[in-house]
Design a protein around this ligand. Structure first.
Ligand code: DGP
Length: 212
């Protein structure tokens, strides 16, 4: 097995600080002299991503099953890109992944969108080596700027999603770390860095597959 880059996912509720932390961590990895590629899901730039964007902005309505499959398809669109970057030895830093997919769909409480149904379309996607879950209460997240502009940014939906977001972790071979994201930004960054730093020199194990 050849040496490869690490696949790191940052997960959390809306307004948990994922995007800011992803940018900060990206800079740190570059300062450490390593190549890093940042990916954000949903990727709203693709044609599937544009359908998701329109739905999230409430400019279109879609069946909940269709939405779930679109989010998953959006991840599959980039799966081969992720694998190619890892093979080239780059760190792939990903803002949200399949765990959000499960959490937000199962949180809708609509049969038959149960855990097994929700997990199925993401099965066999590249599995992260490390997932950092930025844990924040829905109340604290709501008090941060910008909350409430998109379809899922409602307290009940966020609370139910938070309860479900770790449902996918059991299947992955990678490490799942819960980080208290209610603290100031630099404290959160430092804790994340403790877990990321050891992965920067790459891995010799093959990339895993969700939820093998
Ligand atoms: P963001 O661009 O990170 O603010 O995410 C937009 C919204 O989409 C956010 O409310 C979380 C939700 N979301 C992200 N991934 C998925 C997914 O795979 N499935 C569903 N249903 N929602 C998702």
């Amino acid at each position: 097995m050849s040496h490869r880059g690490a696949f790191i996912v940052i997960e959390g509720l809306d307004r948990s600080g994922k995007t800011t932390q992803t940018e900060t961590i990206q800079k740190r990895i570059q300062e450490a002299g390593k190549e890093v590629v940042c990916i954000k899901f949903p990727d709203r730039s693709t044609s599937i991503g544009k359908m998701i964007d329109s739905y999230l902005r409430s400019q279109s309505n879609l069946d909940d099953h269709v939405v779930h499959l679109l989010f998953s398809a959006n991840r599959w669109e980039l799966a081969s890109t992720i694998l190619a970057h890892l093979k080239q030895g780059k760190v792939v830093l990903c803002d949200r992944y399949a765990f959000s997919g499960i959490a937000f769909s199962v949180a809708k409480n609509l049969p038959p969108i149960n855990l097994a149904w929700a997990r199925a379309p993401d099965a066999s996607l590249p599995s992260p080596d490390l997932t950092l879950f930025l844990d924040i209460s829905p109340e604290a997240a709501q008090s941060r700027g910008g909350y409430g502009e998109e379809r899922y940014e409602k307290e009940g939906m966020q609370r139910r999603s938070q309860e479900r977001i770790s449902d996918g972790k059991g299947g992955g071979k990678g490490t799942w770390i819960i980080v208290d994201a209610g603290r100031d930004m630099s404290a959160v960054t430092e804790e994340m860095w403790v877990h990321i730093r050891p992965l920067l020199d790459g891995l010799d194990t093959p990339v895993g597959r969700l939820w093998d």
